[in-house]
Design a protein around this ligand. Sequence first.
Ligand code: NAD
Ligand code: ZN
Length: 375
Amino acid sequence: MDIKSKNINTIASPELKTNYKNFPMVPRVIFGAGCFGQLGEILLPRRINSEAPFIFLVDDVFEGSGLISRIPLIFNDQIIFISADEEPKTDQVDALVQKIKNDYDNLPSGIIGIGGGTLLDLAKAVAIMLTNKGNAFQYQGWDLVKKPSIYHVGIPTISGTGAEVSRTTVLLGPEKKLGINSDFTTFDQVLLDPDLTKGVSKEQWFYTGMDCFIHCIESLNGTFLNAFSQSYGEKALELCKEVYLDDLQEDDARNKLMMASWHGGMSIAYSQVGVAHAMSYGLSYLLGVRHGIGNCLVFQHLKEFYPEGVELFNEMKVKHNIRLPKGICAELTNDDFEIMINVALSLVPLWENALGKEWRTIITPEKLRSIYQKI
Ligand code: NAD
Ligand code: ZN
């Protein structure tokens, strides 16, 4: 038997059957200061016809700004401004889908999300729900989407969440805060123009950037870690340290944080997040605390799980003079704590990644309550 046929036999042998995830990646990405100017030429070949518009979902923080006049509108394209003051909800997705269906006879050529994680997630969810029946909440979970979404493009204007690369869109539904995780969620095209992040406030820059930092810490210290995740996580962590602890030129820092976000997202795609995210989901569900700041509020109290990470986090916080709010959980009732604890405990894969299969021996409702009480 020659070597080639021997290999084929080995690959085909039943005991080698494996169960690795075969996950989608963004097939096209453009990166560079000013690349937003190329959006028109990128979209042109994706236009189905003059009756099928592009719908731009844009963070309303840009209303009236110079960015709007640079959006390459033609034919019956439409801009819909959306506030990112609250995290995206399933009924908001349903309302947007209904509006687009009412406004046009045909399906759009595509959905373009311009903004932070909130707008990126809305764009992904609307693109899915335009071709899938029912309500968005029915698809919260893993691999429930049956039909391909329409073409969708993500254009981040703040860096950190990794929403630009992930196969999920995190939505607050009537019963849970959970992503629509599917192979059809991932963007078809991402445009990374670091100049678009120029207007972000210092606090928001810190909170959303720390989301990326915490993705790295949770991925690199998790039991699901593998060489794939590690390679992205280590690069993202290195970039975060440069951005938040060194004294980089502003444009260098913007470029690097944008790539840290990308790599951090890639790292968790093939592993999982951990304790801070599980608990932050509880805060967000009950109190509407935003993802970035919620992660920071929890993470500062997680020294026993992530000692080096928390130390670095504190250094970064001091360097940038960030004061996290206090007393967030001070007035909560027993029922409130129970709701947060139940939301957090329901995120089994996150706990398994953080602490292994026996996580329930370490994490009890009382333990979570004692951490929430410090916030
Ligand atoms: P965001 O979209 O919630 O925006 C935060 C704030 O920054 C808003 O006030 C927004 O108007 C403002 N902003 C954004 N860009 C700006 C700019 N260039 N100039 C001035 N202001 C700007 O921020 P985020 O932290 O990127 O996203 C959080 C959301 O992302 C949450 O809903 C979270 O659930 C989601 N998320 C999704 C994933 C995923 O993989 N899908 C991962 C992590 C987080
Ligand atoms: Zn996150």
